[in-house]
Design a protein around this ligand. Sequence first.
Ligand SMILES: [Zn+2]
Length: 255
Amino acid sequence: MSAVKTFDPKVISLLHEKIKMIQTENGAIYLVGPIRLPVNLHGETVTFNWYCWLNCKEVTEDYERIIAKLSASNLAEFQQSSVLVYGDFQDADQALIRFHSICHTGDIFGSKRCDCGYQLKESMKQIVDHGHGALFYLANHEGRGIGLFSKAMAYILQENGYDTVDANLQLGFVDDSRDYSDAIKVLKALRDKPVKLMTNNPRKVDALVKAGLDLDDRIQLWGDVSEYNEKYLKTKIERSGHLGENKGEGCCNND
Ligand SMILES: [Zn+2]
């Protein structure tokens, strides 16, 4: 049986209400949401509003055209980024945000080689405690933009004496190839007031401000130091410009 080519008008109207088109230099970002997402956060159920976005060359507000292309575009082969929004993110005077780079090993498996999993959960907790905020989960940022397979190879080099920065360079990558411009466009569609950014990485602050982020403060996010990530954290501080205010703390170059 072939897939549906024409859609039920009710389906299209339900989705139309929840999709927003954001025009970019190369096409458009289609942002879908909010979707109610109850999350287990340290044993308590907290409800976020979840949005996901997709880049497309075609620029149209006829979303049926976009939806019709999805079933043939094999989206599961590619990763999409998304954002968890909490509280009155659009209008609150102060809001906390984090741009979290995907870390398959840290976020999903709880790997202790980096502090990504800890930073992910801790930033969600701080957003909830603060009352208003958003966590951007950036799917094309694995291993600072080198991808999961290359990150596995970089880990092998690290097991043989290379630090995280050298390992990436030895494999032919630049140290950090992450781009935040789409995430900032999505942020601006959700809120146009300034935000407080959670990061330990001043270079990330520079990159974000250059890309148009309206920033009013930076909050650090150190923690979860162990024998497995000490060296990694030290590299972040010594080679990647991270501020190690709490001596010896911090972790995965992903921040
Ligand atoms: Zn990590």
